[in-house]
Design a protein around this ligand. Sequence first.
Ligand SMILES: Nc1ncnc2c1ncn2[C@@H]1O[C@H](COP(=O)(O)OP(=O)(O)OP(=O)(O)O)[C@@H](O)[C@H]1O
Length: 294
Amino acid sequence: MISAPVIDVERLHVSYGGFHAVKDLSFQVRPGEFYALLGTNGAGKTSTLEVVEGHRAATSGTVRVFGQNPRDRRAVRPRTGIMLQESGFSPDLTVKESVRLIGKLTHRTDTVERVLDIVDLRRKAGTRVSQLSGGEKRRLDFATAVYGTPELIFLDEPTTGLDIQSRDALWDAVDKLREEGSTVVLTTHYLEEAQQRADRIGLMHQGTLHREGTVAELTRTLPATVRFTLPVTAPAPPPQAVRQSDGTFLIETFGLQKDLYVLLGWAHDHGVELRELEAGPTRLDDVFRSIGNG
Ligand SMILES: Nc1ncnc2c1ncn2[C@@H]1O[C@H](COP(=O)(O)OP(=O)(O)OP(=O)(O)O)[C@@H](O)[C@H]1O
């Protein structure tokens, strides 16, 4: 049996005056899924999520969250954790008071101490929000997504301003939430984060869903690449390698393993050191760059 989607968006339109920011958008997020909604600037991601989160009414179309209208805050809010780009905690509250407030607003059960540990702010429990650093504020924003282990979590640019340790800690916490069964919706401009973690990606452009699928599905139509440089004394490399204007060699291939094998065999046979060797599947960046080219 296929379980009902957690989020069901059908033919959504969002207009601002005469401007159509979201046009005929449909997508679903399934229980336990990690879905990344990505897109070019001004694509309509925020407008879409504002409707899904219940902050904005759709101009037309249907949006259901847990089968309910997301504007019905009482039905949806207790099951949902939303980490906005700016949560807008009162600057005069302490960290501990802010986390306690999250508990009151969400009506979920948890302990402030547990949440402070997860977002690594226990040492700052008595500090006022106004005195937190940018990264600490961001971790406090994340507490809204953690408190009471909500069934559905929205993460809007969650790692912006976080150092690498805090990023790793945040993703570890997200992994744990997923193990508990939480569904995650991510928006980010850090494509690598989506590429590494998302089960599926929706790629928006100019108000519509330009592409949707797993990373493998999205990158399948573009070739993988191998790049390297050679010492000046090296003989000509295999013909698949094309010399670029900056002096590097590039192989674009749909048979990465085979072409890499040929290249490494050639280097070994000729006693040549391949310098700055990089080989990898197509990255999501390349899919983004191809938007607008067809
Ligand atoms: N309140 C508003 N009034 C008028 N136009 C708006 C309003 N909010 C957004 N827009 C426009 O709607 C379009 C989509 O905006 P939206 O913020 O949803 O895109 P986005 O995908 O989140 O963009 P970004 O990645 O740049 O944050 C943009 O062209 C934006 O200028």
